[in-house]
Design a protein. Structure first.
Length: 250
């Protein structure tokens, strides 16, 4: 069996006496979409924050491509190929779409403090940014300011900025949060395309989206793994239905 792209071993984060993530051991296979779902307060966003380096684990380990990255910082993880989106769009509102994508692509250069560099380096950055905007349906919106986009377009731009860094692993934290029906459908279609050939860890409350996009689903309850399996296995699990206390999961 090939080694998982990402592996957590007994991953735990405590806040005082509360274990928000409690001994989570999971393997995330390369090229697959793995959703992490659960009731409010289950520890899903805390789990993503541990994977992206924004929180330090109380105990346990995170391995990426076999490398122990438990103590790595967000910028170190980004350079290793881990991209992250947030529950609210994280953009530069006063910059154009083109500039936002360019800055994200530029962050992949070996050093941001080398002010004199070959011109082809800048053309590579520009091409990477343009590809990301095109992939997210924003080529025609290149001159528009990020802060003037609709919220759905801001979500698209955030995903474009992430793609411009050419990540191997995408961590998506509730990409459909706050979207209307039509915008949500557009972003789901985008995520379906983005996921082709990429590894995605998805936290999302929209179960229709989760079950349509995901290859594997893990259910967290009180910071622990309750269930892991295919979308069909999780959808029909009595334990999952009980954990959701009657909430709709299908």
């Amino acid at each position: 069996m090939p080694e998982p792209l990402l592996l957590t071993e007994d991953l735990t984060r405590r806040f005082g006496a509360l274990a928000a993530v409690d001994g989570v051991s999971l393997a995330f296979e390369e090229g697959r979409v793995h959703a992490v779902i659960g009731p409010n307060g289950a520890g899903k966003s805390t789990f993503l924050n541990l994977l992206s380096g924004e929180l330090r684990a109380t105990q346990g380990r995170v391995r990426f491509r076999g490398l122990d990255v438990t103590r790595a910082t967000p910028d170190e993880l980004s350079r290793l190929g881990i991209g992250r989106s947030y529950q609210t769009a994280n953009l530069f509102p006063e910059l154009s779409c083109a500039d936002c994508a360019w800055l994200a692509a530029q962050s992949r250069l070996p050093s941001s403090m080398r002010f004199l560099r070959p011109a082809e380096r800048y053309s590579e950055v520009a091409a990477r940014a343009a590809r990301a905007l095109e992939a997210c349906g924003l080529s025609a919106r290149r001159p528009a300011l990020a802060g003037e986009l609709s919220y759905g377009e801001q979500r698209q731009l955030e995903i474009a900025m992430m793609l411009a860094t050419e990540p191997t692993l995408l961590l998506l934290d509730e990409p459909l949060a706050g979207l209307g029906h039509d915008e949500a459908l557009r972003v789901v279609a985008l995520l379906t395309e983005v996921a082709r050939g990429r590894t995605v860890i998805l936290v999302e409350h929209d179960m229709d989206a989760v079950f349509s996009i995901s290859d594997t689903v893990t259910v967290l309850v009180d910071g622990r793994v309750l269930e892991r399996g295919s979308p069909d296995q999780v959808r029909t699990s009595a334990a999952v239905r009980e954990a959701y206390l009657g909430e709709e999961i299908a």
